[in-house]
Write a protein that binds this ligand. Structure first.
Ligand SMILES: NC(=O)c1ccc[n+]([C@@H]2O[C@H](COP(=O)([O-])OP(=O)(O)OC[C@H]3O[C@@H](n4cnc5c(N)ncnc54)[C@H](OP(=O)(O)O)[C@@H]3O)[C@@H](O)[C@H]2O)c1
Length: 294
């Protein structure tokens, strides 16, 4: 049991991290930019802090044993660099000064230098490097494709992919990722390690989307029935109608379309074992929860 500061606690992955850390008995402190707007579970201590304002960090991190970073600076490249590169370095410096035992950074699989084709990923890659080069004990989770993302691939009850996405992926449940992150704080062997995080079952995104859509609609949807919106078409829609709001996600989907899953999970499986929720089990859970609601 430890006192863990979570930066990004109001976000998607950070929210799951908070839930899991609390369930494991850790004391959670959420460091957020606007405490008055933050909606966090009971028992979470909320303090103000901004990774782009280093002066806010010593007080925000004081008295904690570990820090979990699940930061996303968004689509603006300059802001993403400030948050995901310089912001991570600012936290590493503050954690070093405060003598904090571990910083765990949630990163993404395309932050590997060999695949970091876009400025957001390059910022993340530099942020990872700066953290690993600091003297604070650190752990990086380069997270691959998360099962829960499949929800955004279903439109009007029909699965839709952006790009043909022919390469295999190995989806992983967000709960399994955060369960591992939570245990890492108590495990010296996971210090100064970079883990590529993915699930154990290989499939195409088309197969994953069809399985998920079948589970939540109660209809049997074949992979061949998954619609595809071409990447070139979505880039045009993004430019003409969305004012570039999808530029960053389209970059990730373009990298996935080109390479598929680029994780090397050897170290992840060695140190954390196979994620406890196989994809087929997760899909069954989604079906049960929809049936339970109706
Ligand atoms: N979502 C996925 O499927 C997925 C998959 C693989 C990897 N990842 C990686 O996981 C990380 C988190 O992604 P996400 O989807 O969970 O992001 P998200 O939902 O957009 O949340 C981002 C969080 O960052 C915080 N933040 C932004 N600027 C900040 C600043 N200056 N100081 C302090 N906090 C700041 C926000 O907090 P406030 O606005 O409340 O301050 C928010 O809680 C990213 O690095 C992403 O690349 C995500």
């Amino acid at each position: 049991m430890a006192r863990i500061a979570v930066l990004g606690a109001t976000g998607y992955l950070g929210g799951h991290a908070v839930t899991r850390l609390q369930a494991d008995g850790h004391e959670v402190r959420a460091v957020v930019r606007a405490p008055e707007r933050a909606r966090l579970p009971e028992g979470v201590v909320v303090v103000q802090g901004d990774v782009t304002e280093p002066a806010t960090l010593p007080a925000a991190l004081a008295g904690t044993d570990g820090v979990l970073l699940a930061l996303n600076g968004g689509g603006d490249v300059e802001l993403a660099v400030q948050v995901e590169q310089q912001g991570v370095a600012n936290v590493a410096a503050a954690a070093e000064a405060a003598g904090i035992g571990r910083v765990l950074l949630i990163s993404g699989m395309f932050a590997q230098p060999a695949y970091a084709a876009y400025p957001w990923e390059q910022a993340k890659a530099r942020g990872e490097r700066m953290l690993m080069d600091s003297s604070v004990a650190s752990t990086v989770f380069r997270v691959g494709f998360i099962n829960e993302t499949l929800a955004s691939f279903v439109r009007g009850g029909r699965p839709v992919l952006i790009g043909r996405q022919r390469h295999p992926v190995r989806p992983v449940a967000v709960g399994d990722v955060m369960a591992a992150a939570s245990t890492a704080f108590g495990r010296p062997d996971t210090a100064n390690q970079v883990y590529d995080v993915a699930g154990g079952q290989e499939m195409t995104l088309r197969e994953a989307a069809a399985a998920y859509a079948s589970a939540i609609t109660g209809r049997s949807i074949a992979p061949s029935a998954v619609r595809v919106l071409p990447l070139w078409f979505m880039r045009a829609v993004n430019r003409l109608f969305l004012r570039g709001r999808m530029t960053r996600p389209l970059g990730i989907l373009t990298s996935m379309d080109r390479h598929g899953d680029v994780t090397d999970t050897t170290a992840w499986f060695r140190d954390f074992g196979a994620p406890p929720t196989p994809f087929t089990q997760w899909v069954a859970q989604q079906r049960d929860s929809v049936e339970g609601r109706s």
